[in-house]
Design a protein around this ligand. Structure first.
Ligand SMILES: NC(=O)c1ccc[n+]([C@@H]2O[C@H](COP(=O)([O-])OP(=O)(O)OC[C@H]3O[C@@H](n4cnc5c(N)ncnc54)[C@H](O)[C@@H]3O)[C@@H](O)[C@H]2O)c1
Length: 364
């Protein structure tokens, strides 16, 4: 299908800037409306990113025939109800992670997206990092042998835990597991080619302050391919303060080599293979940093803690818009989001009950 996709953005806060900016760079996206319960926020987005209009009335906006898709960037616990509302109105959906705050909501969303025959994609922006795509190819080509261990950390600094929805369970639905660890659960599933989960174990808690959601978490997932160790904290103390101290790293260890990515390192992406036949012999004696596609300078804004050259936001939104217009599959669809949610819910249950959950109980 040719033409353009009429898009509404719901939730005009921090991360929404990355989405709105990216949409403004996608030629076949039409920025119809910015919507927020806060009128001033919706207006700021209209003025800054060029939406045709702004509104606090989502129902009225969804009733418009020129709206084809909704990008949901609100606080996490509202994702589930907003996905359902957008799908009911017959619109495609791109929703920020976590997909929802519970497995039940994710299942309902998948079911409705099938019934309505609309795209449902979860925004795991790291899946559009050039190094993630390259790492997946390297694994598929067998260059690091059989992956047996995936290890990752995402951690940042939140100075004030008394303000903002992320520390309010009524609005967040959970803490750093839903907010940070979820990214690396998704990376692991994607990189390892959808491994079968066998068990889930987690330790987490509010360790640094008197708050009602976890600020620190470690999840261990046993799969048929590898063990995953996924950790996170939003209370990191490192140089740089709230905006700069952001740790985002993952490594895949295989029987013949290792892949490592670290958002703060330069280069960010390194590969080692002990398979001397696999690469040019000149390159196979140590770490190599494969050449990756580089984002044009005018596509790098709002790349968050990601090196602007690797910014995944425009490619992610181009992928979503093209998938809606041409009815092609999306990279992280509702089923994929549901699988991440099953692992997260199992992690919460494991931590609450203080035991490892075997496959049957983990439900994955
Ligand atoms: N991928 C990433 O790197 C990343 C980074 C930060 C946040 N996030 C996710 O994005 C989402 C938003 O986080 P944020 O930090 O931008 O939050 P934020 O508080 O900065 O912005 C949320 C906005 O949504 C609006 N809102 C809340 N409920 C609404 C509703 N029902 N209808 C319309 N508007 C509503 C709020 O008024 C606010 O303007 C969260 O789910 C979070 O987990 C992802």
């Amino acid at each position: 299908m040719a033409g353009s996709l009429g898009v509404v953005l719901v939730g005009c806060g921090g991360i929404a800037r990355s989405h709105a900016f990216a949409l403004s760079k996608v030629p076949n996206a039409k920025l119809i409306a910015s919507v927020d319960i806060d009128e001033a926020a919706a207006k700021r987005f209209k003025d800054r990113f060029g939406f045709e209009t702004c509104s606090t009335d989502l129902d009225a906006t969804l009733a418009r025939a020129d709206v084809d898709a909704v990008v949901i960037t609100t606080s996490s616990k509202s994702h589930g109800p907003l996905i359902m509302k957008a799908l009911e109105a017959g619109k495609h959906v791109l929703v920020q992670k976590p997909m929802t705050a519970s497995v039940e909501e994710s299942r309902a969303a998948v079911k409705l997206s099938r019934k309505k025959n609309r795209k449902l994609m979860v925004s795991f922006f790291e899946l559009f990092l050039p190094p993630v795509e390259r790492a997946r190819q390297i694994i598929e080509q067998g260059l690091i042998g059989e992956p047996f261990f995936f290890k990752a950390i995402m951690a940042w600094h939140t100075p004030d835990v008394t303000a903002g929805w992320p520390f309010n369970p009524e609005l967040a639905g959970g803490g750093v597991i839903l907010d940070g660890n979820v990214h690396h659960v998704s990376n692991a599933l994607y990189l390892l080619g959808d491994p079968k989960v066998q068990s889930v174990y987690a330790e987490y808690g509010a360790l640094t302050a008197d708050i009602k959601v976890e600020d620190t978490a470690v999840i261990l997932v046993r799969t048929d391919k590898a063990i995953l160790e996924i950790s996170g904290s939003n209370r990191l103390q490192e140089p740089g303060g709230a905006t700069v101290a952001f740790k985002d790293q993952w490594q895949v260890f295989g029987t013949k080599g290792t892949i490592a990515w670290d958002a703060a390192a330069r280069p960010t992406f390194r590969v080692f293979t002990s398979d001397k036949d696999a690469l040019d012999p000149l390159l196979s004696n140590g770490w190599v940093s494969p050449k990756l596609p580089v984002m044009p300078p005018d596509h790098r804004e709002f790349s968050m803690h990601i090196n602007g050259e690797e910014s995944p936001w425009v490619p992610e939104h181009q992928h979503f818009v093209d998938a809606c217009l041409n009815d092609t599959p999306v990279r992280s669809d509702g089923e994929f989001g549901l699988k991440t949610q099953l692992i997260l819910d199992a992690a919460y249950k494991s931590g609450r009950e203080g035991r490892k959950l075997p496959l049957e109980e983990a439900g994955v």
